[in-house]
Write a protein that binds this ligand. Structure first.
Ligand SMILES: NC(=O)c1ccc[n+]([C@@H]2O[C@H](COP(=O)([O-])OP(=O)(O)OC[C@H]3O[C@@H](n4cnc5c(N)ncnc54)[C@H](O)[C@@H]3O)[C@@H](O)[C@H]2O)c1
Length: 337
């Protein structure tokens, strides 16, 4: 049995705790939140041993084999670095961090400790994304969009320090997934956009990005909270290799794929095997937890898991896009060796 500790018992922390029940061999041991009532509520609801307002207690609990960090973005660095220093494997929610400084410190701490570290890009585990990769394994062109309904001015994720705004907070999901569909390092970022819908908050909320990857393929990404697209839904992806095309839309709530040039015409929830059919776990949350437990117990890095390196890359693309808007210049990305 792999015993886990949860740091941050808000929306996403509770989602992880909820999916743990579907993962045999994983158990929630402790819940930490700065809010006593949030920690206790999670403990009672998800059957953990104890609740605490001091997250560092989880790092000195020998029975805890890994921690999940599901706090706001500015807390990821101190929590991940402390987990690494304590030798505790960590699953940290996205984005890994919001600044280059934090990214470098976190990657270094994880590498020095040699701990398993997964960043919360659960879409990599989705059977819908598997299908895109199966039909178009080597895309020439990738299109992606992640478009939220308008985030209120007071939303924590719009705070420049705590959240970073939509492009950093959500764009990282899209940039990681587009990397995963290509499995080639992005080399140049072109972007236009800016602050279109939050006049009182100094963040970048909307962007159109063009990416070139090391293997010569290109990508086009649109990110922002400028309104829910009624037809395609919040997230949609298309991959093209000149012979086959795969289009996925409605990803979060009612995913569906249409194919062109392939053996079948499409793929829906009904094509999934019974245990995952019509459950949001099909989107990768349970598989991500399984991968975390597998890495902890076997020491082998699961292929689909987003590592600290993947977390660094995704934020770097978002930061480069923001710089490209500010400077009106394309941005080269440092190459990950
Ligand atoms: N992977 C995904 O698809 C996905 C979806 C939603 C959110 N997220 C990510 O999950 C993370 C959390 O977001 P959320 O929506 O759950 O936020 P939230 O505000 O609902 O929850 C954050 C929790 O952290 C707690 N907290 C604050 N300071 C703390 C401290 N010092 N020690 C312990 N707990 C502390 C808060 O009290 C709160 O309960 C963010 O990184 C967010 O981007 C990921």
């Amino acid at each position: 049995m792999v015993e886990l500790g949860l740091i941050g018992c808000g929306g996403m922390g509770r989602t992880h705790a909820q999916y743990m029940a579907d993962v045999p061999g994983v158990r929630l041991r402790a819940c930490a939140d700065i809010s006593d009532s949030a920690a206790q509520k999670a403990r009672d609801e998800f059957g953990a041993e104890y609740a605490t307002t001091d997250w560092t207690k989880l790092l000195s609990d020998d029975a805890i084999q890994g921690v999940i960090v599901a706090t706001h973005h500015h807390l990821h660095r101190p929590m991940v670095v402390a987990a690494a220093e304590a030798g505790k494997p960590v699953l940290v929610e996205k984005p890994l961090a919001l600044t280059e400084d934090d990214l470098v410190a976190m990657e270094r701490a994880v590498a020095q400790a040699g701990i398993p570290c997964i960043v919360g890009y659960q879409a990599r585990f989705s059977p819908f994304i598997d299908k895109l990769k199966e039909v178009v394994p080597r895309p020439l062109v990738t299109m992606g969009q992640l478009i939220d309904p308008h985030w209120g001015e007071g939303h924590w994720a719009n705070d420049p320090i705590e959240g970073g705004g939509n492009v950093l907070s959500q764009g990282c999901h899209l940039f990681d997934l587009m990397y995963w569909l290509n499995e080639s390092e992005p080399v140049v970022v072109y972007a236009e956009g800016g602050n279109f819908t939050h006049p009182n908050t100094p963040i970048t909320d909307s962007v159109c990005v063009t990416l070139r990857y090391a293997n010569g393929s290109v990508g086009s990404a649109v990110v922002g909270d400028f309104g829910t697209p009624a037809l395609l839904g919040k997230a949609a992806y298309q991959v093209f290799d000149g012979k086959r095309t795969a289009t996925l839309w409605g990803y979060y709530f009612s995913p569906e794929i249409r194919l062109w040039g392939a053996d079948t015409s499409g793929f829906t929830m009904d094509d999934l095997p019974e245990p995952v059919r019509n459950v949001p776990g099909a989107h990768g949350y349970t598989q991500e937890l399984e991968a975390f437990a597998e890495w902890i117990t076997t020491g082998e890095q699961p292929r689909r898991a987003a590592t600290v390196r993947d977390g660094v890359r995704a934020t770097r693309i978002a930061l480069a896009a923001i710089r490209a808007i500010e400077t009106r210049e394309p941005q080269s990305l440092p190459q990950i060796g």
